[in-house]
Write a protein that binds this ligand. Sequence first.
Ligand code: GLY
Ligand code: MN
Ligand code: MN
Length: 444
Amino acid sequence: MRISKAEFARRRKALMAVMEPNSIAIVPSAPERTRSRDTEYLYRQDSDFYYLTGFSEPEAVLVLIPGREHGEFVLFCRDRDPEREIWDGYRAGPDGVCREYGADDAFPVDDIDDILPGLLEGRERVYYAMGKDAGFDRQVMEWVNTIRAKVRSGATPPGEFLDLAHFLHDNRLYKSAAELRVMQEAGDISARAHVRAMEYCQPGVMEYQLEAEILHEFAMAGARHPAYSSIVGGGKNGCILHYVENSAALKDGDLVLIDAGCELEYYAADITRTFPVNGRFSEAQKALYDIVLDAQNAAFATLKPGAHWNEPHEASVKTITQGLLDLGLLEGEINTLIDEGAYRRFYMHRIGHWLGMDVHDVGDYKVGGEWRVLEPGMVMTVEPGIYVAPDDETVAKKWRGIGIRIEDDVAITKDGYQVLTDAVPKTTAEIESVMARAAAARSA
Ligand code: GLY
Ligand code: MN
Ligand code: MN
């Protein structure tokens, strides 16, 4: 594992350090979900649960009790079961989670209704992410009610619930050196996948075939799953922001937009590249592409500790509005167009999002009503785009149906920023050269 046991322990300590005295935190594992009848979606552990434990089995509950004499780190998990293990594989069991994951104390999850009320009893505050899982919310209330029912025998139920997410997610926002190394590796694998798709692409190839090239590269590197459903949109499909059908044939003269990133040991990469299906950008495509690339560079230029979250977005808006004005897709005065949000017809999303264990990672974007200030260790995407609707009759025909996004992952460093995904070609000249080389190799 790329994240050490010591680091998981540090994460629990950091959370316990901000918990009020005499409190308890409860974090359930992700539920299993049915895909069809008796088959389930591939299980993925809840990010908060995994962040604190490194434990990937379902049907588990983490309980942190700072200062508890018999151990602060308590895990409920599935018991060993030789019969079930033949079908579903190894289970650590309570002894195993103490040995392998460093739990101080562990119990079979089937006994949780008998044991957890006893752990809650006498604690004043409960840290719990209410509202995420209705079934588990109900269970927590039942445990609290079990104690409330015994107040006349002297039991003290907890009096206060605090939102665990608020504390935990702030910690998750700052990536450690080990986390940054995993994210760099996820970025490198994803970068290779994008190059592979560029090399495979030619007119007549299906969108899903480029997706298959991408997934192959992920899986061959040990990142078996994408961090989100891959988007492969040829031509006007590139204007559909969350296009995942990936079912059309790619046409000569069109661009193709690919937004795909792998998940490596619970860390996401998130890359978008847009390139010509036939390997050569048309003049109109190149003109719009270069605006998006300039917008990304303008956004990059703002990134450093002390800059606020909205600065890269503002820089991208300015560059895109000016670019669209220069090409005649917008008309008017630059500042008025920006104030009125005229660019939103072509650039309808924001510059990016936090990136980490979740592709749209946790962490507040505003603090006390103000945009958050960037600090070393934060990781975000920078992903400007221009999308001209295929039926937009207010612009010249040559622009219609062109969708372009360029997306990279960036870590804020002490003196600026580091791009984790710059191993994918990005200028039109670089892309054309990679594609020309691949085409030559195909016909050799
Ligand atoms: N792939 C999702 C996003 O770019 O936000
Ligand atoms: Mn993104
Ligand atoms: Mn993306």
